[in-house]
Write a protein that binds this ligand. Structure first.
Ligand SMILES: [Zn+2]
Length: 296
């Protein structure tokens, strides 16, 4: 029996990791495909996000992005199933991706990408990398057949750091829509290339680069250091803003007021998983506010 394209898609699940500037574009477009959707993001909406993250409005400030994005997308397309997780994706909760047929990377850091790479290689699951700075963006499909992300990026450079320059809205829309186009092709079983696509929307110049598999790549050899939690120290400073993430063992129930998944205490947002986001000028100030208001 031959299934229609829409029937095939209705049985598929797409995970979008990171619902920021690129991720809001990607998830809004995925939402129209008629697939099931999983949204994961560790962050809350900040006032300056309203300038470039298309799903958020003034009343969403200080609320978790994953939750707000899911609500908005359900409004637009109530027929599809959306699960959202306000969590920091780590090797400990990576099974959040188990239901996904494809993972769309819209994160802002290499460490999570190494983790996604390990996970997808181990599960033989495709994923698509998308990144951008200002007017330039990069996109690449990883289907597990060719080169992997760790063949290209050495973990020693830039781990835990991220760009503070930001990505132009038009760039995010360009790379997000290409990412979803490629995802659609993969989901319906079409063959996609595994070359690195680079686009500068300022010059409209697009190039594709053939990338070689690295002979000594550990991930390709089945050594999943990030998935096993052997590599990677979680950067405490989140990207491009004065927000620090602190993760300690905390009794969330002690602080929560109702059935909510997060609670705001002055400049701290505390989540169910014990994670706290602290608005502060530096790490010292963040730590001190944390110990005063939360304890430890
Ligand atoms: Zn590799």
């Amino acid at each position: 029996m031959k299934y229609s394209r829409q029937e095939i898609l209705s049985k598929k699940t797409v995970a979008v990791v990171g619902v920021g500037t690129i991720g809001t574009v990607t998830s809004a477009l995925v939402n129209k495909l008629g697939v099931n959707l999983i949204l994961i993001d560790r962050d809350v909406v900040e006032i300056h996000n309203l300038e470039n993250q298309i799903l958020y409005a003034k009343e969403d400030v200080d609320k978790p992005k994953a939750i707000v994005a899911a609500e908005k997308l359900r409004d637009v397309n109530p027929r599809i199933k959306i699960e959202s997780f306000c969590e920091d994706l780590t090797f400990e909760n990576i099974d959040l991706l188990d239901k996904a047929d494809i993972v769309l990377d819209c994160t802002d850091n290499l460490e999570t990408r190494f983790l996604i790479n390990d996970y997808c290689l181990s599960k033989n699951k495709p994923w698509i990398y998308a990144a951008g700075i200002k007017t330039k963006c990069t996109l690449m499909n990883f289907t597990g057949k060719g080169v992997c992300f760790r063949c290209i990026f050495k973990e020693t450079t830039g781990l835990g750091t991220c760009e503070t320059e930001g990505i132009a809205n038009q760039t995010a829309i360009a790379v997000g829509s290409l990412q979803v186009k490629n995802a659609l092709q993969i989901l319906v079983g079409e063959t996609v290339d595994e070359e690195m696509l680079r686009l500068d929307i300022m010059t409209s110049k697009m190039e594709k680069i053939k990338v070689q598999k690295r002979k000594d790549c550990k991930a390709c050899a089945g050594e999943y250091e990030f998935l096993e939690g052997r590599k990677g120290t979680k950067a405490i400073k989140l990207c491009g803003k004065e927000i620090y993430q602190i993760k300690e063992t905390v009794d969330f129930n002690k602080f929560k007021k109702d059935n909510s998944y997060f609670v705001t205490i002055k400049n701290i947002t505390l989540f169910k998983d014990g994670r706290a986001l602290v608005k502060a000028k530096n790490e010292k100030e963040a730590r001190s506010a944390y110990s005063k208001l939360i304890g430890n």
